[in-house]
Design a protein around this ligand. Structure first.
Ligand code: 3PY
Length: 457
């Protein structure tokens, strides 16, 4: 692998990225929102105000239940905070996302399951969590930790739906272009875990939900399919998704029969906001891409840049979004005079890639490659595109860099950026160019970030 181009921008961009990632580490996020003071536990909401507090000795049992790619460090943080006061717990993570040896939890079991396609291990563990929730009493406190990835990890399916059918439906949903809101509308109606069902199972216990967002808009009912959140969606919404993507005659019969049962009032709806169990629940968003961008912006200001957050809802086809970001950077640059402080423009969200080729890459790598092509004749604009979970697409990279004027160098070393982009083959090119970003798995997930540094021409 070639070394990174000798570019100050690369180390500046990496520094801002690291600041952003540490701000949304899920363990730190838990500890910012739960305080223990003289036996009194307080949950702090998004605005910094107390959302709930209670004395630990008022509870017979304190249990931790959760799922998601970043749920293990959250569980560890709860154990560090509450120690032996935690009676037991079970958290499901994606394979490979358990805690490292030596940092394992003592009271909370961590089990691994399949993601993005659910598997037997996830189904068994999710069923076990639902059973634990059901076993709750009024004097139990249930602490729930959820991050992205949890929906696939918790297929506690209604009994008439075989796991193989859910696996087939998951593949169909992932391939048809459905949004996460649409996919999770279906998931919420198929699992006894999701769409507020965990709260229904745990009633009359007190439930505190600690949630890390990997969803544009941070809708709590959508993140992880909202196990502790009332479900505003209905079976009629499921039907709309099924019809919109032409799935009615392709989808497994058992799943259609379940939805049809719901439409005809034979299958009960998911729990809604007026269900009494939600009177005993507090949910708090403990980390989101907004916090990540704010931390990067603060670090940028410390480094002498004038930061500006463009959006926390970046979306669209990766290569087009990259072009829009570059256009925004050029507009900002046009307003700079020599000697002005450089700018740092930040965007968070999640783009998509319509796959046309058979190459290797991910959303962020495609954005970086598309931006490199865009920036051929520019000067003073550099950017980084980062998947905050550290694994962009099916690769071991988190994303990539794009430096203005770098295209000529890439061509000189025999690379063909346009052809690689068209083949969705960004990974090998960025690797050879030395512009691939590798962070390793970060154990958090607040979607993607693009950070641009803009200097006067
Ligand atoms: O539902 C999930 O598991 C997601 O990844 C989105 O939060």
């Amino acid at each position: 692998m070639t070394d990174l181009p000798p570019c100050q921008a690369a180390s500046e961009l990496r520094r801002l990225t690291d600041a952003a990632l540490s701000a949304v580490a899920p363990d730190g996020a838990v500890l910012r929102h739960l305080h223990l003071d003289g036996g009194k536990l307080t949950l702090i909401d998004e605005s910094g105000a107390p959302a709930w507090s209670g004395r630990l000795d008022a509870y017979r049992r304190i249990r931790v239940l959760g799922a998601g790619k970043g749920a293990a460090p959250m569980a560890a943080a709860l154990e560090n905070l509450l120690g032996d006061r935690i009676s037991d717990g079970l958290v499901i993570v994606k394979y490979g996302h358990d805690l490292p040896e030596g940092q394992r939890t003592r009271h909370i079991r961590i089990k691994e399951g399949g993601h993005p396609v659910p598997d037997e291990a996830g189904a068994a563990a999710a069923g076990e969590i639902v059973d634990m929730a059901r076993d709750s009493r009024e004097d139990d406190l249930v602490l729930c930790t959820f991050t992205g990835g949890a929906s696939a990890l918790t297929p506690a399916l209604h009994p008439e739906i075989p796991l193989a059918d859910m696996q087939r439906l998951t593949c169909m949903l992932l391939e048809c272009g459905a949004t996460i809101h649409e996919i999770n509308t279906l998931r919420k109606h198929l699992s006894r875990f999701s769409g507020g069902s965990l709260v229904r199972a745990a009633f009359p216990a007190t439930v505190l939900g600690l949630i890390v967002s990997d969803v544009v808009g941070d809708d709590l009912d959508v993140i992880a399919s909202g196990p502790t959140v009332p479900d505003p969606s209905t079976f009629a919404d499921c039907l709309r998704v099924v019809e919109h993507y032409g799935l009615r005659w392709k989808m497994p019969q058992s799943i259609w029969a379940h939805i049809e049962g719901g439409l005809q009032g034979r299958t009960p709806e998911t729990p809604k906001a007026d269900e009494p169990a939600f009177g005993r629940v507090r949910n708090v968003l403990v980390a989101s891409v907004k916090q990540a961008l704010e931390a990067a912006a603060d670090e940028a200001a410390r480094c002498g840049f004038v930061p500006r957050i463009l959006t926390t809802a970046m979306s669209g086809e990766a290569r087009r979004t990259a072009a829009q970001l570059v256009a925004e950077a050029r507009r900002a640059q046009a307003g700079l005079r020599p000697g002005d402080a450089p700018l740092c423009l930040l965007a968070g969200g999640e783009t998509t890639v319509t796959i046309q080729g058979s190459g290797k890459g991910g959303r962020n790598q495609e954005m970086a490659l598309a931006a490199t092509l865009e920036l051929a004749d520019d000067r003073g604009i550099d950017l980084i595109c980062v998947g905050t979970d550290g694994t962009d697409g099916p690769t071991d990279a988190a994303g990539g860099y794009a430096f203005s004027g770098d295209l000529a160098r890439l061509r000189a070393i025999g690379l063909h950026p346009k052809e690689s982009l068209d083949a969705n083959d960004s990974y090998p090119l960025l690797l050879k160019a030395g512009t691939l970003l590798r962070t390793g798995p970060t154990r958090t997930n607040v979607m993607d970030m693009a950070i641009m540094l803009v200097r006067p021409k």
